[in-house]
Design a protein around this ligand. Structure first.
Ligand code: PMV
Length: 333
């Protein structure tokens, strides 16, 4: 039996990724930049033990059919890369608190990419591991990388990957407004934005410029500029999404209140900048030494958690143990 276990963390984009140029290869329409977090890890064990089909358990229970299909499709790709045919048993534990509004697909596919590639005997360079993770979920390619990651959009499979970029020290204050699952998946919402939003071309062209400016600000260690560009990128992404038809609107009144709070803090000399993914929850970016003060200022606006910059995906020694009796979550491969 061959087995490997890997751990990865979610990331929050400062320059957002929204929209694919190639759905099959998961090539994004534009590049993006993110901070990998030091909390809410996913740990995944992949075991090859001659099963007839792949099986996937998440937090000790059989995963849904949809989740298992996505994992199986990803394992097919790993098997192609490895020239292998053996099926796998995958056990995953995700520490993102239910309702934190933190998408687990980035940490999930980053951990799975590393554990599966190791179990199938592939020894991948970080760049190739990032390319592999990208195929599971676009943003997962950034969770391979520690701390700040820049995802180069690339022009083909070989050139679309994330790598580290130096920048100022940062912390994030996560304000959870509503933890329920999204009604429309990001994949579907991206398609709708591309197909119907008149602002989508503007989003793509402006993101290339924002990313170039962000890379300069990171290189200069300019926290203020990084923060300003972070908020601009988030608001432009939401503007292009909101212009889709039928409309998609992720920000609620309570989300906007957090953006207002950030503006107010800045007016008073406390630097915090707001961003939000495809959901109502808002994340404030600040200097690590300001995190406690920023958190205190948004205490009443949602559930508040302070997180920092975290490590890239890594192999670990402690496997995720099966829960007995072993659930049979397999689908025919
Ligand atoms: O990789 P996905 O399909 O989870 O898309 C992520 C999209 C956003 O979270 C909204 C933005 C981003 O860059 O993470």
């Amino acid at each position: 039996m061959t087995a490997a276990t890997a751990r990865a963390h979610p990331n929050i984009a400062l320059v957002k990724y929204w929209g694919k140029r190639d759905e099959q290869l998961m090539l994004p329409a534009a590049g993006s930049l993110s901070l990998t977090l030091d909390a809410f890890a996913t740990t995944t064990t992949v075991e090859l033990r001659g099963e007839e089909r792949d099986a996937f358990t998440l937090n000790g229970a059989a995963a849904t059919e949809g989740q298992t299909e996505r994992v199986t499709a990803f394992l097919e790709l790993v098997r192609q890369w490895a020239g292998a045919s053996e099926h796998a048993v995958v056990r995953s534990v995700n520490l993102a608190p239910t309702g934190a509004g933190l998408a687990s697909s980035a940490s999930g596919f980053a951990a799975l990419a590393l554990a599966a590639s190791a179990a199938y005997g592939l020894e991948l360079e970080p760049r190739d591991l990032s390319r592999l993770a990208r195929r599971g979920s676009g943003s997962a390619c950034r969770s391979i990388v520690p701390e700040l990651a820049i995802w180069h959009a690339g022009i083909d499979d070989a050139s679309s990957f994330a790598e580290p970029i130096a920048g100022p020290a940062m912390a994030m204050v996560i304000v959870t407004i509503d933890g329920s699952t999204k009604a429309v998946s990001s994949r579907e919402a991206m398609r709708r934005t591309i197909a119907t939003s008149p602002y989508y071309p503007g989003w793509v062209s402006s993101t290339e410029r924002t990313l170039a400016e962000m890379a300069v600000a990171c290189g200069a260690g300019d926290f203020t500029r990084v923060g300003e560009l972070t908020e601009v990128s988030a608001l432009r992404m939401h503007a292009s999404i909101q212009a889709a038809e039928p409309p998609l609107r992720y920000l609620r009144a309570a989300s906007v209140a957090v953006f207002d709070a950030a503006e107010q803090m800045r007016a008073e000399g406390l630097e915090a900048y707001a961003t939000a993914d495809a959901g109502p929850n808002v994340v404030l970016v600040c200097r690590p030494e300001d995190a406690a003060a920023v958190a205190a200022r948004v205490e009443g606006l949602g559930q508040v958690r302070v997180v920092g910059a975290g490590p890239g995906a890594a192999l670990v020694e402690e496997p995720v143990e099966p829960v007995e009796p072993a659930p049979d979550a397999g689908v025919p491969a």
